[in-house]
Ligand binder design. Sequence first.
Ligand code: GTP
Ligand code: MG
Length: 208
Amino acid sequence: MKIRSCKFIISAVSPKQYPQDEMPEIALAGRSNVGKSSLINMLLNRKKLARTSSTPGKTQTINFYKINEEYHLVDLPGYGYARVSKSSKEAWGKMMEKYLTTRDNIVEVVQLIDIRHKPTQQDIQMYNWIRHYGFKGIVAATKLDKIKKSQRQKHISQIRKTLEMEREDILVPVSSINREGKEALWEVIGNAFIQKGYQITIEEASEI
Ligand code: GTP
Ligand code: MG
């Protein structure tokens, strides 16, 4: 995917703050600290467009980015951070449910899973939720650089099995550090646009 322009639009909490331009969008979901914001930066070739942090729970709003004046990437607030109060967990649930149910321009939801660990109960719930709302769900297994090549298949199989993924369900291993998996993930995202009938300019990547 050639990125001609990308910009941060808004940190939203309620639907009235969502961008109203009706561009199709791809959302990224996953635990706190799994690497959602880093993946957005990696996909867009930007170092600091999406804010990242080693402190989990950093992104607590729904952050919209506009790409090539054609579509949005959406950084969803992370879950599973233990030191979050019950009330903010409830607020998180309501915010996610509102987003997933009221937004009809969502093309796909990418669910991020740390490749090192077995998906948690909340990961399983999130993946099922995505599918319940009618999306296929694309799994991006993050932090690929953290495991040995010889261990990859074992970890991928464990994720697929725990999430009860079928053979045709898509999992792309990625690393935001060494950028492995970037083109593969763009291809999957591009196909999701095509399948939903959106005319998105997908040019062969010219960058390395
Ligand atoms: P929240 O905003 O809290 O939900 O977290 P997030 O999912 O946006 O995670 P973020 O992108 O902020 O990354 C969390 C930490 O993981 C940071 O210290 C990143 O540098 C690190 N990280 C993210 N992706 C990778 C990766 O592919 N490889 C390695 N080694 N570290 C990564
Ligand atoms: Mg984040």
